[in-house]
Design a protein around this ligand. Structure first.
Ligand code: SAM
Length: 359
C-alpha cells in the first residue's frame, strides 16, 4: 500500500497520541521521562483528553506489570513483549529504567526480548530519534548482569540499524517496520529477530487494530493463539459508534483549535468499530478464535470503579475539570480488553491478570 494517503493519515495518529501523552505527563498525571524526546511541538490537551491518556496508560501499565511479575514466570528472565502499532510508545524505556517497578517487583531485567512493529515510515522516525538521544541509547545498551545469555553475546555491536533504517535492534529491543495487514511478512521479521513461540509473550496494541480491516485483525489474534504456547493480549480501542463520539471529538478539536488533527480524523475510517462495537464483542473477538479467557472494561468504568479513590482525588485536582458530562460520554467510547491463552500457566494467568485495582 505504498504512499496511500489513508495510510499516511493513520501513521500520523501516532503524533497525536504522543503529544497527548506528553501533555498529561507535563500536567502531573503520571511520569514518563522519555516521551519528551519524541515530541517536537508540545501542546496542552483538553482536561478530558489528559484524563483519558492517564487512565489508558495506567490500565495498560498495570497489565504489563502483572504479566512481568507473574510468580511462575518471574524467576526466569524468559518472557517477551510484542507491541503491535507501537508508534512512539516509550514502555520499553520505562521498564528498563525501572520506572514501572512496583513495590514488590523489579522489572528492569524481567524480559528477554521486546519487539515493536509499526509502519516503516514511523519506524524510521523513531529509530532516528533513538540514534540521536544518548539517554535512550544508554537504556538500549543496559544489560542485566545476572544473565548468562547476555554475557555470551557481549561481543555483538550493541545497536544495529538495518534495512535502510526500517529496523533497529539491540540485545533485547527490536523495532521493526512492517504493515500489520501483511501479517506473514511481519511474522517473518519477528522470527528473524528472535521471537520464540515457546516463551510466554504479552502482545500490546493501543488504538491500532481499529484501523485494520476486521479480517486482518482477527487473523492476527488467531495466529497468536495458535502459534504461541502461552500468550496474553492487552488492547485499547474505540467502541460504541454513535453520534456522541463524533460530536464530542469535533467540539474538542475545535475548541482547542486542533484543526489539523480534526481534518485528519475526519478522513480516517475506524474500520473495526462496527465489527467489535461493544465490550461483549471485544471479549468475543478473542474467544471466537480460541483464546481461553477475555475481559473488557470501558474507560469510564475503570475511572469510577477500578482507580483507587485517593488517585482519583489526586488527578481531580490537577486541572479545572468542568466537563463531567462530556467526560462520561467520551470515556464510554474507549475500552481496555485483555485475554490469555495458555498451555502451561493458565491458572497463574487467571489468578494474576486483571483490572481489579490500578496499581
Ligand atoms: N500504540 C501507540 C500509542 O498508543 O501511542 C500508537 C497509537 S497510534 C493512534 C496508531 C499506530 O498504529 C500508528 O503508529 C500507526 O502507524 C499504527 N498502525 C496502524 N495501522 C497499521 C498497520 N497496518 N501496520 C503497522 N502499523 C499500523
Amino acid at each position: 500500500y505504498p504512499n496511500d494517503p489513508a495510510d499516511q493519515a493513520i501513521q500520523l495518529t501516532n503524533d497525536d497520541a504522543t503529544v497527548s501523552r506528553l501533555s498529561a505527563v507535563q500536567l502531573g498525571y503520571f511520569d514518563d521521562p522519555f516521551v519528551k524526546y519524541f515530541v517536537k511541538r508540545p501542546t496542552r490537551r483538553m482536561p478530558i483528553i489528559n484524563r483519558g491518556s492517564y487512565i489508558r496508560s495506567r490500565a495498560l501499565d498495570t497489565l504489563v506489570q502483572q504479566f512481568l511479575s507473574i510468580p511462575c514466570l518471574s524467576a526466569s528472565k524468559k518472557k517477551q513483549i510484542v507491541n503491535l502499532g507501537s508508534g512512539f510508545d516509550t514502555r520499553y524505556f520505562m521498564i528498563k529504567s525501572g520506572a514501572l517497578n512496583t513495590k514488590t517487583s523489579r522489572l528492569e531485567s524481567s524480559f528477554s526480548n521486546y519487539f515493536e512493529v509499526d509502519f516503516p515510515e514511523n519506524v524510521v522516525k523513531k529509530a532516528r530519534i533513538i540514534k540521536q538521544r544518548k539517554e535512550l541509547q544508554v537504556i538500549l545498551q543496559q544489560r542485566s548482569s545476572d544473565n548468562d545469555d547476555d554475557n555470551d553475546n557481549q561481543q555483538q555491536p550493541d545497536i544495529r540499524l538495518e534495512k535502510g533504517g526500517t529496523e533497529l535492534s539491540s540485545h533485547d529491543y527490536h523495532l521493526i517496520g512492517g504493515d500489520l495487514r501483511q501479517w506473514d511478512q511481519v511474522v517473518e521479521r519477528l522470527f528473524a529477530h528472535g521471537l520464540d513461540p515457546q516463551v510466554p509473550t504479552l502482545f500490546l496494541s493501543e488504538c491500532v487494530l481499529i484501523y485494520l480491516p476486521p479480517d486482518s485483525a482477527t487473523g492476527i489474534l488467531d495466529w497468536i493463539q495458535t502459534t504461541m504456547s502461552d500468550c496474553v493480549f492487552a488492547l485499547y480501542e474505540q467502541i460504541r459508534p454513535d453520534d456522541n463520539f463524533g460530536k464530542i471529538m469535533i467540539r474538542n478539536l475545535q475548541v482547542t483549535k486542533l484543526y489539523t488533527m480534526w481534518e485528519r480524523m475526519r478522513n480516517i475510517e475506524l474500520k473495526g468499530i462496527h465489527d467489535f462495537p461493544s465490550l461483549a464483542h471485544q471479549e468475543r473477538r478473542f474467544l471466537d478464535v480460541g483464546w481461553d479467557n477475555a475481559m473488557a472494561l470501558d474507560i469510564n468504568t475503570i475511572h469510577n470503579s477500578v482507580l483507587d479513590q485517593q488517585e482519583r482525588s489526586r488527578i481531580a485536582k490537577l486541572e479545572i475539570f468542568d466537563e463531567m458530562e462530556e467526560w462520561h460520554l467520551l470515556s464510554e467510547h474507549y475500552c481496555v480488553a485483555w485475554a490469555y491463552k495458555s498451555n502451561h500457566y493458565e491458572e497463574f494467568f487467571a489468578k494474576h491478570l486483571g483490572l481489579k485495582t490500578l496499581v
